[in-house]
Design a protein around this ligand. Structure first.
Ligand SMILES: Cc1cc2nc3c(=O)[nH]c(=O)nc-3n(C[C@H](O)[C@H](O)[C@H](O)COP(=O)(O)OP(=O)(O)OC[C@H]3O[C@@H](n4cnc5c(N)ncnc54)[C@H](O)[C@@H]3O)c2cc1C
Length: 426
């Protein structure tokens, strides 16, 4: 199909990427965003080879690479120094890497591309529902009762707390995880040697500290890292009441090497709290309403496996491709679900299963993790499966994405990328 009029709700990772893919295919796209100004929320994230393949498809990978930090490996240890996780992308394929990126940088490169393609973004629109309109079209209705559209197709990319997914019918699971996280994007201090490693420290399952290099913001050359600290959702107030200095002293006692980075936290306003939910929808689309949900709205997970933004990018690329290839919206929706179902289901299950080992009250799960994960990664088969899971390519216990869906695009571009100087842009 060509020249569809498409409304996208939410100008986050998935919505902006979908807008770029669809506008390139010649559709008339309109983004609706609840914030008064479209902006990123949160500190930074890890793009996997799958997400990077989507950016490569949009021609944005070189700019992403120039802003982000190449991540070769992940190292997790207990606060006592015992190795729990050691995963190096290069052991899967020599050219593979992850990319730590500031959310502001990912947002800027997608937003600039959408602006370049002439996609209008209407801000201050908090969508609450969709309704059918004449001639199989759909309108989006916002909190103030205003109607937007009509559209031939509506894509809901409004994230974890999507108000539109209830329109889908079918069973919907939406369970808040017990733990959330405190996040900040802090300057990386000169003495921090782990410039290409996601470092984590654990004390049982209740304590997890992480440092992920995320490169720089477009307007600011300071190299930064995303710092995170687990907090139980119901203890957030108590955490705040205990005071910043006491907390900084505790973190630095658990992980002394991190103290200089923590000095970057001057006030509690430098930190943000996020919670997350386990979201499963039975069918991520409704043909009668010409509506589909992508990203966290369809499959929210905990960030433990670092996949959410990558899944949203894959959804955006797949659904945009299906809409352009198929002759009817119904056929495109069927193709979208068939293509994404197993990949998404694997990561939902893996995230639900693994999160309690890293973020829960259970001392036992922490002990089991410390005793077994390190050993498992020494067994070549188990290491291969763990790396495939990290890289974002698994679709089942013994299956993975077709390399044509990610590797070929990614490999072709990333080989070229390795020859680019760090400051270049596309
Ligand atoms: C602490 C933390 C760390 C993470 N780390 C990683 C990581 O390392 N790697 C990774 O891949 N993922 C990570 N994630 C997950 C990732 O951030 C999300 O999966 C991803 O942003 C989902 O993209 P999305 O487009 O579905 O939603 P979002 O990026 O959340 O975008 C939703 C957009 O919709 C807008 N919106 C919401 N409601 C409405 C409405 N009613 N009307 C109009 N607009 C609306 C919002 O303002 C927002 O702009 C992490 C998440 C958290 C919380």
């Amino acid at each position: 199909m060509r020249n569809l009029r498409i409304g996208i709700v939410g100008a986050g990772t998935g919505g902006l990427a979908a807008a770029a893919f669809l506008a390139r295919d010649g559709h008339e796209v309109h983004l609706l965003e609840r914030f008064a100004e479209a902006r990123p929320v949160g500190a930074g994230l890890l793009l996997q080879p799958t997400g990077l393949a989507c950016l490569a498809q949009l021609g944005l990978d070189a700019r992403a690479r120039s802003l982000g930090a190449v991540i070769h490996d992940l190292e997790g240890r207990t606060v006592g120094g015992r190795r729990v996780l050691a995963m190096d992308y290069r052991r899967l394929q020599p050219h593979l890497f992850g990319l730590g990126i500031h959310r502001g940088s990912l947002f800027a490169l997608l937003h600039d591309e959408v602006a370049r393609l002439g996609v209008p973004i209407t801000t201050g629109v908090e969508a609450v529902r969709v309704e059918p309109h004449a001639r199989q079209r759909t309108v989006v209705i916002d909190k103030l009762g205003r109607h937007h559209g009509p559209y031939d197709f509506v894509m809901d990319a409004s994230g974890m707390r999507s108000p539109l997914r209830r329109t889908l019918g079918g069973r919907i699971r939406d369970r808040q995880f017990k733990y959330g996280a405190i996040w900040a994007a802090l300057p990386i201090t000169d003495g921090w040697p782990h410039r290409a490693t996601l470092m984590q420290r654990y004390d049982g399952a209740p304590v997890m500290i992480g440092v992920l290099p995320i490169g720089r913001l477009p307007e600011d050359p300071t190299p930064r890292c995303a710092f995170f600290w687990s907090v139980r959702v119901d203890q957030r107030e108590a955490w705040m009441a205990a005071g910043l200095d006491a907390w900084k002293t505790r973190v630095a006692t658990l992980w002394p090497a991190i103290a200089p980075i923590l000095d970057g936290v001057r006030a509690s306003g430098d930190l943000s709290f996020v919670s997350y939910a386990d979201v499963v929808v039975e069918q991520p689309y409704c043909p009668d309403l010409s509506l589909a949900v992508i990203g966290d709205g369809a499959h929210g997970t905990s960030p433990q496996l670092g996949q959410g933004a990558n899944l949203a990018l894959m959804d955006a690329m797949t659904l945009a491709g299906a809409l352009s290839r198929e002759d009817t919206i119904e056929a495109a929706l069927g193709e979208y679900q068939a293509a994404r179902r197993r990949h998404v289901a694997f990561y939902q299950l893996a995230s639900r299963w693994l999160t309690p080992f890293f973020q829960s009250d259970s001392r036992v799960l922490g002990l089991v993790r410390d005793a077994t994960f390190g050993l498992a990664s020494m067994v070549p088969f188990a290491e291969g499966q763990m790396l495939r899971t990290l890289a974002g390519i698994k679709t089942g216990p013994f299956s993975e994405l077709d390399p044509g869906d990610w590797s070929e695009r990614y490999a072709t571009r990333s080989r070229r990328l390795t020859t680019l100087p760090a400051s270049s842009s596309s």
